[in-house]
Design a protein around this ligand. Structure first.
Ligand code: 3H9
Length: 697
């Protein structure tokens, strides 16, 4: 028997325990172990019921994702689940923490499911560009109904114990020790003469199905534009209503095989592993102890400060917000409550959850009230002098081991750290707006930041459900430095003949939620203007520079906030409308620069924008500002909306081919000058026939 699956006998009950750290993923050895244990239980006449548990961190984290894309090895999960369901002896799944993906499907193959209060179930395959491939689309709707099942499968979110019981997924929530409780549950079943209860034989309640599927398709078209997996999930579930279980399982498997080979799923699996790898930060070893964060303070209750405050409270931590005066504080706190109230109104948050989050948030105008915070996150305007004053003050009032973090998106963390007597406790925590929604935390280590502080902030990212990455200091760090290169390229294309809506459409069609100009309008053009003015004052350069964006701000056009920026906006509308005033301005600037405007193809736009992005990423890797290509991918997917199905700019670069990109960059360099010079690392990879994946480490 596999040593990854334990078999124990407790009277008439056999206990089969998955014991494959860290998450009991169902590798071929685990699958074989289950088959063997099941056979042992079936062949033993003294056994009347079987309890299936997972030892360690969780019940089961699903199929072993590392096996995907390799030849399939028997025994297949689907057959194991069929065997469980066909067992004449009742099988009870006993769940603690997560039963997800194939782990949830395994539980669905059992006749009963119990859990402790930490139990949750979920089918997160969609987040890997897949659909549940071992019966999830067929059995879950039979057990909990089409609507709840579709919701779970299309969101990939986990459902907690209470809700799971309400939906009928769990038969009971067991207080105290789960294993002995589940064995007792099995004994009671036997005593009551209750037998097997295969989920696959339940008849689906098809009422309202047409409307439910139509509404899911509509939502999916909007939220998961360009992704294949959501439609396959819906189609597979529809088949559960029209055919037999066998037919449904066959169709589900057909879709799974197709998706697992797809570029989209490969990209999304890459992002899954990238998120875990990002936590392995160079210089931080397994011995480094993260500090405990029990309370957080935020300085500033503007857009970023409010978003960060909510993100922290959403993660379950108490947070105190500091503002300069009561008026600003009251205004900020009201906007926080309004945002939560809006979520309750839309149905995305329950009223008790809103109350729980609000109860974690308090406000103050006194620095002294931040004295006991374990970490303070400063989120004021991008002004170095102001930030230095704040850090000096924080250094005086905060306890000695408090971490002082700045949300700056481009300023020098080392300079800010030097304003304190504790540079080892100073770090950047760059959130993305709206910070309560956007997943990314681009954390920035200063030259003196201690490994302990780095480990603590990475752990905090996880606690508050953010995708955490750690990068080094440079102007704009990883995300904004790449954004700057890409946007600058888009602006040069304007000077040469393109118009904002043409470029935005190309980028949108590529899969971004919006192009660089619509994004600029949304973010507000005045902020970037300030940063550029500061940069030009402090770091003059002879590089080609486009004045279009500056002129637009100087014309009083700040973006959506005053209904005019790169586009024009009707009052109350967020739909960008091309504006003749902007077209005239752009054409005028081309003339001023002596550039003869030309027809620019969509292909050239895409190539110049994306290759510039990739080239800048290669420079950041070469300079060791980013530790690995996949960190850059996370930053761009979760901070800037790079299409998830393409895996991020560096993963996409490998897909296109390094040699192809390098050759194109050389041509662009010859045509447009040094700003498009290929990064040394790109050249090195092209010459050695290597890829970014080879640099992962
Ligand atoms: C599936 O099931 C398909 C089926 O429908 C059909 C099949 C036919 N495989 O996240 P953590 C590793 S698709 C391999 O830090 P946590 C992970 O890489 C699967 N490895 O722990 C990391 O490794 P390392 C559907 C896996 O406690 C280590 O475990 N399932 C898998 O914070 C610890 O991970 C999912 O999508 C796996 N399935 O969270 C669930 N899972 O230490 C994916 C984890 O070397 N997993 N690893 O970096 C998760 O969401 C979380 O890992 C979990 C634990 C919630 C389970």
């Amino acid at each position: 028997m596999s040593n990854l699956v334990a078999y124990e006998v407790h009277g008439a009950i056999a206990l089969i325990a998955l014991d494959s750290p860290p998450v009991n993923a169902m590798s071929v050895e685990v699958r074989q172990g289950i088959v063997d244990a099941l056979a042992q239980a079936q062949n033993d006449d003294s056994i009347s019921a079987i309890v299936l548990v997972g030892r360690g961190r969780c019940f089961c984290g699903g199929a072993d994702i590392r096996e995907f894309g390799k030849p399939r090895l028997k025994p297949y999960l689907r057959n194991i689940i069929d065997q469980l369901e066909a067992s004449k002896k009742p099988v009870i799944a006993a769940i603690h923490k997560t039963a997800i993906g194939g782990g949830c499907e395994l539980a669905l193959g059992c006749h009963y499911r119990v859990g402790d209060k930490t139990a949750s179930f979920g089918l997160p395959e969609i987040k890997l560009g897949l659909l549940p491939g071992a019966g999830g689309t067929q059995r879950l709707p039979r057990l909990i109904g089409i609507e709840a099942a579709l919701d779970a499968i299309l969101s990939g979110d986990y459902v907690g114990a209470e809700k799971a019981k309400e939906l009928g997924f769990l038969d009971d929530i067991i207080p105290g020790d789960l294993e002995s409780g589940a064995i007792d549950f099995a004994r009671k079943l036997l005593a009551a003469g209750k037998g097997v209860r295969p989920v696959g034989r339940i008849k689906i309640d098809a009422r309202g199905a047409t409307e439910i599927f139509a509404s899911a398709r509509k939502k999916t078209a909007r939220r998961a534009r360009g992704l294949i997996a959501p439609e396959r999930c819906i189609a597979a579930m529809e088949s559960a209503l029209t055919g037999t279980l066998e037919e449904g399982l066959d169709l589900e498997r057909k879709y799974f095989d197709e998706l697992v080979q797809s570029d989209q799923s490969k990209a999304q699996r890459h992002l899954f592993f990238a998120q875990r790898q990002a936590h392995k930060v160079p210089g931080v070893t397994a011995d480094t102890q993260a500090r405990e964060i029990k309370s957080v303070a935020v300085v500033g209750c503007g857009t970023m400060g409010r978003g960060i405050t909510m993100a922290v409270a959403n993660g379950g931590l108490p947070v105190i917000v500091l503002e300069a005066d009561n008026d600003a504080l009251d205004k900020g706190m009201k906007l926080v409550s309004d945002t939560y109230a809006g979520s309750v109104k839309r149905g995305s948050l329950s009223a008790p959850d809103m109350e729980a989050r609000l109860s974690l948030i308090s406000g103050t105008t006194q620095y002294a009230d931040l004295a006991e915070a374990d970490i303070v996150i400063e989120a004021v305007f991008e002004d170095m002098d102001l930030k230095k004053q704040i850090f000096e003050r924080l250094d005086q009032v905060c306890k000695p081991d408090a971490i002082l973090a700045t949300n700056t998106s481009s300023l020098d963390i080392n300079e800010i750290a030097a304003a304190t007597r504790r540079p080892e406790n100073v770090i950047g925590t760059h959130f993305f707006s709206p910070a309560n929604i956007m997943k990314l935390m681009e954390n920035v280590r200063g030259d003196k930041t201690s490994p302990e502080v780095i480990a603590t902030v990475m752990k905090l990212s996880k606690t508050i459900n953010k995708v955490g990455t750690m990068v080094g200091v440079c102007d704009g760090f990883v995300g904004n430095r790449m954004l700057y290169a890409y946007r600058t390229q888009a602006e040069f294309l304007l000077e040469e003949g393109a118009l904002p809506h043409q470029i935005d459409k190309v980028i949108y069609d590529f899969g971004f939620p919006m192009g660089p100009f619509a994004m600029g309008d949304l973010a507000g053009l005045d902020v970037g203007y300030q940063v550029r003015q500061h940069r030009r004052k402090t770091r003059p350069s002879n590089d080609r520079y486009s004045f279009i964006a500056d002129r637009i701000v100087e014309m009083g056009r700040f973006g959506q906030k005053n209904n005019k920026g790169w586009y024009h906006y009707e009052k109350g509308s967020r739909t960008p409308q091309p504006d003749p005033e902007i077209e005239t301005l752009i054409k005028g600037i081309s003339a001023e620069l002596g550039i003869t405007r030309r027809q620019i193809s969509d292909a050239e736009i895409l190539e110049r924008c994306m290759y510039t992005l990739i080239n800048e990423g290669a420079k950041l890797l070469g300079e060791k500002i980013a530790s690995r290509p996949s960190d850059i991918d996370l930053i761009w997917v979760y901070g800037y909306g790079f299409p998830i199905g393409k895996g991020g700019p560096m993963f996409y670069a490998d897909h296109i081919g390094i040699e192809t990109i390098y050759s194109a960059m050389k041509i662009l360099h010859d045509k447009h000058g040094d700003m498009l010079a290929p990064a040394p690392l790109l050249e090195e990879l092209a010459r050695s026939g290597k890829t970014f994946a080879d640099l992962q480490g």
